[in-house]
Design a protein around this ligand. Sequence first.
Ligand SMILES: Cc1cc2nc3c(=O)[nH]c(=O)nc-3n(C[C@H](O)[C@H](O)[C@H](O)COP(=O)(O)O)c2cc1C
Length: 257
Amino acid sequence: MRVNQMDKELIKTYRSFLKDSIRKVIDFSQTDQNRRIPPPPIEKPCPPEAPRIDLPRYDQLEEIGRIDLKSAFQNRESRRSYSDQPLSMKELSFLLWATQGIRRKLDSGHALRTVPSAGCRHAFETYLCILNVRDLDRGIYRYLPLEHQLLFEFSEEDLDKKISHAALGQSYPGAAAVTFVWTTIPYRMEWRYGIAAHKVIALDAGHVCQNLYLACEAIGAGTCAIAAYDQEVMDKLLRIDGLNEFTIYLASVGKIF
Ligand SMILES: Cc1cc2nc3c(=O)[nH]c(=O)nc-3n(C[C@H](O)[C@H](O)[C@H](O)COP(=O)(O)O)c2cc1C
């Protein structure tokens, strides 16, 4: 069904998503958190036998990411062409740590990360479409922030073409060393905020991607945020259900010339 883009009522409805008025109509005593239902896992579980890859730890990345913050702000831009140079494991580790890394685990349901998140709920998973990272086969991986490991999800034929197709034909994900695909598991936020969860999930995604922009500047790489993608095709490519977990944002990354 196609809708009239400028329909005034429709615009009013969609604008209200950006407001916090919703808080006034929520009975917070009925959220799952206040009904004493245990919090959902802070990381999507994976089978114990699933193949995992250790990433260089944060304290082993001393020589990486040392530029001054002012120049990172000044030089940051969306970069859509990349060289053929692969990313190293250390560089990938740095980008993952900068975007979703754990700073401190508080208890089984909460952990502080390198980005802020409403209510510390961190309702994202990071999938990686890896095409050109040294020592890694091409394929779809997932970051495990608690362990700072990569989970190998699966390989896929013509992954470069498929990721570009899922990004509505934008070519750069297919030419990138890696494309970050952030999914959300909305229940992690809904558990605390009910129907006030969704605006803050969208706000949270911005922080994650901005850290990626700045971290890329520090390693001679570039990134481009991507919010234009085919929802169903992207979710299918990641083999996620599209209901309890779905794609929310992408960013292609590669070394720059
Ligand atoms: C939420 C968001 C969505 C975006 N989606 C796309 C996209 O789908 N494709 C694209 O080429 N650029 C996308 N961009 C990049 C913007 O076009 C870019 O940030 C803007 O033109 C300003 O350029 P700069 O980032 O170099 O300052 C997106 C940026 C943001 C913040």
